[in-house]
Design a protein. Structure first.
Length: 260
C-alpha cells in the first residue's frame, strides 16, 4: 500500500496540490504498489483536525484521477461522509484509523457500501493521542481493543471477508509499545482478519537509528521500513503501508521466494 498524503503538514511527506498527489500515486504504482492510500487529514502526533469540506477538496480529485488511471485506491479517513464521497469517486476501500470510533455512522455506511474496511487500533485524535499511550500489557490490550472493533464491525453488518485490522503502530503508543507489537505480529495475524502493518518512517524507527534526543529524519528511515516489511511478510501480514514502495516491494518478493 503506497501512501499519498494530500496534506501540507504530514510528518514525512505531503502533496498539497492535486497534480503533485496524482503524480506521486502514479510513481508508487510504477514502483510496484498494489493499492494507493489517499488521505486528506494529517494524523501525525499533535496535529489538529481539518474540516470535512477541506478534506473532501483535497482527496476527491486525487481519488478520481488515480482510479481513472486504473489504480486500486483506498481512502484514509475517519469521516463517513468523506468515505462515501470517495467511494463514489472511485475508491474501493476505506482505511479508518479510528476503527469506527470517530464517526458513529462509519460502520453502518461501510456495511451498506459493501466495500473492504480497515479498522485500526485507536484511542483518540492526533492532537492528544500520545497522552493515552498508557498500557499495562500493550499486546494484550491492543489485541482486546482490536477484537472489540472487529466485533463491532461484524455486528454492524460488515462482512468478515471484507474486514481488515491494523494495530496502529505509533498511534497512542511509545516506541517501546510499537516494538512490542511488532514482536507480536504472529499473534495479531491469528486474530483471524487480514492485517495491515503501518510502520513506514515512523518516529520509533528514527529513535532507533539516531537516538531519542535527535531521531534520524523521516527521509532516512526507508531502509529500516523495508526491514519491517520483511518481518510483516514473514508473519503473514496482508499488506504494509509505506511511503517508498520500491524497497518494500523487493522485500516482499524475497520473502515470497524463500517461503515458496
Amino acid at each position: 500500500m503506497g501512501v499519498v498524503n494530500c496534506t501540507p503538514d504530514s510528518f514525512s511527506d505531503g502533496y498539497p496540490s492535486t497534480a503533485l498527489a496524482v503524480r506521486q500515486g502514479m510513481t508508487l504504482l510504477d514502483q510496484g504498489a498494489d493499492l494507493i492510500d489517499v488521505g486528506g487529514e494529517s494524523t501525525r502526533p499533535g496535529s489538529e483536525r481539518v474540516s470535512a469540506e477541506q478534506e473532501l477538496r483535497r482527496v476527491l480529485p486525487v481519488v478520481e484521477q488515480l482510479a481513472a488511471a486504473g489504480a486500486v485506491v483506498s481512502v484514509d479517513t475517519t469521516r463517513a461522509g468523506v468515505a462515501a464521497a470517495a467511494i463514489k469517486a472511485g475508491a474501493q476501500l476505506v482505511n479508518d484509523v479510528s476503527g469506527g470510533l470517530a464517526d458513529d455512522d462509519m460502520l453502518d455506511l461501510v456495511a451498506t457500501l459493501a466495500v473492504p474496511y480497515i479498522a485500526m487500533h485507536w484511542r483518540g485524535h492526533s492532537a492528544d493521542m500520545q497522552s493515552r499511550a498508557v498500557y499495562g500489557d500493550v499486546v494484550a490490550e491492543v489485541m482486546s481493543e482490536l477484537t472489540g472493533r472487529r466485533d463491532a464491525a461484524l455486528a454492524a453488518g460488515i462482512s468478515a471477508q471484507r474486514l481488515l485490522l491494523d494495530p496502529g503502530l505509533g498511534f497512542a503508543k511509545t516506541g517501546e509499545h510499537s516494538w512490542a507489537l511488532l514482536r507480536a505480529l504472529p499473534e495479531l495475524v491469528d486474530l483471524g482478519q487480514p492485517l495491515l502493518v503501518g510502520a513506514s518512517r515512523k518516529r520509533f524507527l528514527g529513535e532507533l537509528l539516531g537516538g531519542r534526543a535527535e531521531p534520524r529524519p523521516a527521509a532516512g528511515r526507508d531502509n529500516a521500513t523495508a526491514a519491517i516489511t520483511v518481518l510483516a511478510a514473514q508473519a503473514g501480514a496482508w499488506a504494509v503501508r509505506v511511503h517508498d514502495v520500491g524497497p518494500s516491494a523487493d522485500a516482499v518478493r524475497v520473502v515470497a521466494a524463500v517461503t515458496r
